[in-house]
Ligand binder design. Structure first.
Ligand code: UDP
Length: 247
């Protein structure tokens, strides 16, 4: 892998990455539910990356089903309950991704931050590491297990815990721009920005809590497009193609 390889003296050691994508990435054109063709595409992209020899952790959001903040706006559902509903939504997405990856012959475990043992394993850090060491992909579900957080923050937290070398925020855009590329024609992709730049500008791709946690732990954040075929391999294995690096 391209990033920080100079710090890695053990050339046989596999590179460990954590890939985060939002629940909306899985959704249909209305931004809701799980589109099975999209699910299949994402699974194939992750398989390609796995076959390059990377150890892969995944965090998926739940925004395609429910978000606590949005649910609470109705006044009908308390924020805390809405957040727990959102975390459960991520478990649904995680199981869908597990099934899609397994249908391609990969070995996958889902670990949840909320005990839901009939459905998947509970998150146990040492067990997660063991799965990764054995070449299994681990999907971390139910966020941090706590309300008032996001799955971006959960993704950074899990990445730090499993000692991933990099966290990848996989999106529908190519990276971080100096202005909104949907509104401004001349918007420029930023190759690299510091954590402080990202915090100051409140970049939309990741929330401030997640960026601050990454900063404190010197975890590089790569923002790139997951919907261009083989792009994850280009970025993470060959260090080419369009992406932004934070940190
Ligand atoms: N959530 C939470 N704690 C966490 C992670 C997620 O309460 O640690 C809830 C929160 O309500 C959030 C929802 O789960 O809105 C879905 O996650 P998120 O909005 O981050 O999903 P994404 O936007 O990535 O699809």
């Amino acid at each position: 892998m391209h990033f920080d390889s100079c710090q890695d003296n053990n050339l046989n050691k596999k590179k460990r990455v954590l890939i985060k994508f939002s629940g909306e990435a899985l959704s249909d054109e209305n931004g809701f539910g799980i589109d099975l063709d999209v699910l299949k595409f994402i699974a194939q992209e992750i398989k390609g990356l796995y076959e390059e020899g990377l150890e892969i952790g995944i965090v998926v959001g739940g925004g395609n089903i429910i978000r606590g903040v949005t649910a609470a706006q109705s006044g009908l559902i308390k924020r805390t309950s809405g957040d727990y509903m959102g975390m459960l939504a991520t478990v649904i997405n995680a199981v869908a991704i597990q099934e899609a990856l397994e249908s391609l012959g990969l070995c996958v475990r889902v670990q949840s931050g909320i005990d839901i043992t009939e459905v998947c394993e509970s998150y146990i850090y040492r067990r997660a590491i063991r799965h990764l060491d054995k070449g299994r992909i681990v999907i971390f579900a139910a966020g941090t297990g706590n309300p008032y957080f996001t799955t971006d923050t959960a993704a950074v937290l899990r990445a730090i815990e499993i000692e991933a070398e990099v966290i990848v925020k996989a999106t529908k855009v190519n990276g971080v721009y100096d202005k909104d590329p949907n509104k401004f024609k001349g918007a420029k992709l930023l190759d690299r920005l510091s954590y402080d730049d990202a915090l100051r500008d409140h970049i939309k791709v990741m929330d401030d809590t997640a960026i601050a946690l990454a900063k404190d732990n010197k975890l590089p954040i790569i923002v790139c497009n997951m919907f261009k075929s083989k792009h994850l391999i280009d970025v993470l294995v060959h260090g080419r193609g369009e992406f932004s690096r934070v940190g």
